[in-house]
Design a protein around this ligand. Structure first.
Ligand code: PBG
Length: 334
């Protein structure tokens, strides 16, 4: 191959129109899921301090916010329930309450926005008094099989309410198989499972744990979430979930794990979702607040990187702000 001066790379970069002809597009809004936090009550829209631009909504408050999200063409939502600390217990039973805030929200979205995709997070950490993702044994370890029994009940409750799909995030062994069997037995063979299949024990979940009040009271999640220093086992997690019947795999977080998304893309023909987590969102805003970058430009670059790595579905707190992000992109191009 001839190099300079025959080959001049800058020729193809001369004008915005030439560049735009050959560049990939920002993923369309239909590829996004917006993670949302719901609390009991009416007319609630409570700012989440650690995540500017994001709120805890009561079910009716969320419906209001969904009007613009739906008009933008965002694919759907991923719903997280948040309950007061004094309602939590050792095993996370409130997660299985058919009258709980998540099933209420799902029913309301189904009624008001029947075409939105509604996934629900299936994990116990926001419902246990100790903040771990399942009941603990005497030594303080999460009991795997007791957890999956509860998670299965929780998934059936969400499916009963009309969720398009459930998203198990507890990283318990066998959880996908258990959820599939439980939902099939309950007549929900059509309900999707989007497994948080490769979910890392990450320090980028901090703002979320404030939003969902789900930080572990003691210890960390390293005995169930994957290690960022052990990529082979992390990929094996996704392979196992595929074999257990997951419809969609997930890598989470996204930005430190683009290599994992790209490697998983080569190994599976299932759709891959990437979760652009709370820390990845808030750190851009924090930097922009200090004048160290433009939040929307950084968001656009992050989202493009995630799509480039091979993700089909992007779960991101930028979803409800999609038009702002695109606006930033347009300013740059012109
Ligand atoms: C529940 C769960 C977490 C996130 C999604 N589901 C927190 C955790 O595992 O501690 C994090 C999402 C984010 O940071 O945006 N297990």
């Amino acid at each position: 191959m001839n190099g300079y001066p025959e080959r001049r790379m800058r020729r193809l970069r001369q004008t915005p129109r030439i560049r735009r002809m050959i560049e990939m597009e920002l993923p369309a809004p239909g590829h996004f899921l917006w993670p949302v936090f719901v609390v009991e009550g009416q007319g609630v829209k409570q700012p989440i301090e650690a995540m500017p631009g994001q709120f805890r909504y009561s079910p009716d408050g969320l419906i209001e916010a969904l009007t613009s999200v739906s008009e933008m063409g965002i694919g759907g939502v991923l719903v997280f329930g948040v309950i007061p600390d004094d309602r939590k217990d050792e095993t996370g039973q409130p997660a299985c309450d058919p009258a709980g805030v998540v099933p209420q929200t799902v029913r309301l979205i189904r009624e008001r926005f029947p075409d939105l995709v509604v996934f629900t997070d299936v994990c116990l950490c926001a419902y246990t008094s100790h903040g771990h993702c399942g009941p603990l044994d005497r030594r303080g370890n999460v009991q795997n099989d007791a957890a999956i029994a509860l998670l299965s009940r929780m998934a059936v409750v969400h499916a009963d309410a009309g969720a398009t799909g459930v998203a198990p995030s507890a990283m318990m062994d066998g959880q996908v198989q258990a959820l599939r069997q439980a939902m099939d037995a309950a007549g929900h063979a059509e309900t999707l499972i989007m497994s948080y299949s490769t979910k890392f024990a990450s320090s980028f979940y901090g703002p979320f744990r404030e939003a969902a009040a789900s930080a572990p009271a003691r210890g960390d999640r390293r005995s169930y979430q994957a290690s960022f220093a052990d990529p082979r086992r992390a990929l094996l997690e996704s392979a196992l979930d595929e074999a257990e019947g997951a419809d969609i795999l997930m890598v989470k977080p996204a930005l430190c794990y683009l290599d994992i998304i790209a490697r998983l893309r080569e190994r599976t023909d299932l759709p891959i979702a990437a979760y652009n987590v709370s820390g990845e969102y808030s750190m851009l805003i924090a930097a922009a607040d200090r004048g160290w970058g433009h939040a929307h430009e950084m968001a656009k670059e992050s989202i493009t990187a995630i799509a480039r790595a091979g993700a089909d579905i992007i779960i991101s707190y930028w979803a409800n702000r999609y038009e702002e992000v695109v606006g930033g992109a347009m300013r740059q191009a012109n």
